[in-house]
Write a new protein. Structure first.
Length: 188
């Protein structure tokens, strides 16, 4: 009998449902789908030895802000962590955001999440009168480029303040976002 041909074989993996006294299993993948899970899988293909380590399904990040990732070194320091002024401190540097630097920050964060097992992410994306669709455009580019690895779902929200009153969003921001019907639209 010819061994089955697979795209990837994960050998000596421990399932979450198995205790430490139970044997490890091999996991066979073909065309992006798991097609076999059994001890000592008789198959051929590229293999990776998990060394008895635990495997799990992909992780879900349900609320993230990729458009504002990695800003700690750029926002004014707040020594009191109980003060909730993060929106004001971030607003102070928004004028420095460019498509290239926002992309670089978001991409580095996205890749770290992937390395830690995140396969689904809902990221809040700000649209406001001053930044327009910059955040959405950057996240949409990343969504397309990383579709092979992660289900990245942007959720557009309106944010903008003039003094203590919210500024009305520019109609072009709303219209452009609404053309993409699969993108959730909300507020934050």
């Amino acid at each position: 009998m010819t061994p089955m041909a697979l795209d990837l074989i994960l050998r000596n993996a421990r399932l979450a449902s198995a205790g430490p006294e139970q044997p490890t299993v091999d996991i066979g993948v073909r065309n992006g789908l798991i097609v076999a899970v059994e001890p000592h899988l008789a198959a051929e293909g590229p293999a990776y030895d998990a060394g008895g380590k635990l495997v799990s399904p992909g992780l879900i990040e349900s609320h993230f802000h990729l458009d504002k990732a990695r800003l700690m070194d750029r926002v004014p320091f707040q020594p009191n962590r109980m003060v909730r002024d993060h929106m004001e401190r971030t607003a102070a540097i928004k004028q420095t955001f460019t498509p290239d630097e926002m992309y670089a920050r978001a991409q580095a964060t996205l890749e770290q999440c992937l390395l830690h097992g995140v396969t689904h992410m809902r990221t809040q994306v700000e649209v406001n009168p001053n930044m327009g669709l910059l955040g959405f455009e950057v996240i949409e580019q990343l969504r397309q480029e990383y579709a092979w690895a992660i289900d990245l779902q942007p959720c557009v929200f309106l944010q903008g303040r003039v003094g203590r009153r919210r500024s009305p969003p520019r109609p072009t921001c709303l219209t452009a976002q609404r053309h993409r019907k699969e993108v959730p639209f909300g507020h934050h």
